[in-house]
Design a protein around this ligand. Structure first.
Ligand code: PEP
Length: 250
């Protein structure tokens, strides 16, 4: 039985003071939650403050991005040692907004996965199709390409440090959630793909999150699907009550 994992992607929201306030509220409200793993991913500038608040709680810290070199002349980038130093245990890789607005490709995603899975952090690797691709019946082909190229050279051992987030781009921040059936279909496709690439044990072990307008009122149905092992939550993770409701739905 895979343990569910709910991660909150705060995106470019929350100053240091605002992050502290939200983290404090989450810490208090999550005290009795045992059933799911919880991760929050503040912006880089709020990682240290947030880590300080959640250190004596069950909530783990994640980053929204990472660069594959450890240090050097890479203006504006943040390295894995920096994330570790800030207290991160997870890093989101290849979010669709990074692919869409910041030129991330399956190749850069691959380099980042290589980096993170070679450490003791866990990579949350995002994949997903656009509305046009779905309408054209291309969803599975797109996901296949993103995973086959993004995971090139990744070993079975490294797979233990990977969570996949299936995030249909048309459902992110739009209020248009995938139906539980639509999401489950793709999750099962992904699990079968992992089985063909890494074997049955890896496929059975890997956790696949759904992301795209997950809210307290649709979380339970999505999370009850057999191949949905958690959620990557954007908008609803910015409010403590809504995020906790989603975690409770797991
Ligand atoms: C996301 O950004 O990963 C996401 C799923 O956003 P939202 O929940 O706001 O759709």
């Amino acid at each position: 039985m895979r343990r569910k994992i709910i991660a909150g992607n705060w995106k470019m929201n929350k100053t240091g003071a605002e992050a502290i306030e939200l983290a404090k509220a989450l810490k208090v409200k999550s005290v009795n939650i045992e059933r799911a793993d919880m991760v929050i991913c503040p912006p880089f500038t709020a990682l240290y403050q947030t880590a300080e608040i959640i250190k004596a709680s069950k909530i783990k810290l994640g980053a929204q991005n990472v660069y594959w070199e450890d240090s050097g002349a890479f203006t504006g980038e943040i390295s894995l040692p920096m994330l570790k130093d800030a207290g991160c245990e997870y890093a989101i890789i290849g979010h669709s907004e990074r692919r869409q607005f910041f030129g991330e490709t399956d190749e850069t995603v691959n380099r980042k996965i290589q980096k993170v899975t070679g450490s003791d952090l866990t990579a949350i690797v995002c994949v997903g199709e656009t509305l046009e691709q779905r309408k054209a019946g291309d969803t599975e082909r797109i996901i296949n390409t993103q995973i086959s190229n993004g995971f090139a050279g990744i070993t079975q051992e490294q797979m233990k440090r990977i969570i996949i987030a299936y995030e249909p781009i048309w459902a992110i921040g739009t209020g248009m959630t995938a139906t539980p059936e639509q999401a489950e279909d793709v999750h099962l496709f992904i699990r079968n793909l992992i089985k063909s690439l890494y074997g049955a044990a890896a496929a059975d072990m890997i956790r696949i999150q759904y992301g795209g307008s997950v809210k307290p009122d649709n979380a339970a149905e999505l999370l009850s699907q057999p191949d949905i092992d958690g959620a990557l939550v954007g908008g609803a993770s910015l409010k403590a009550d809504a995020f906790i409701e989603i975690i409770k739905a797991a």
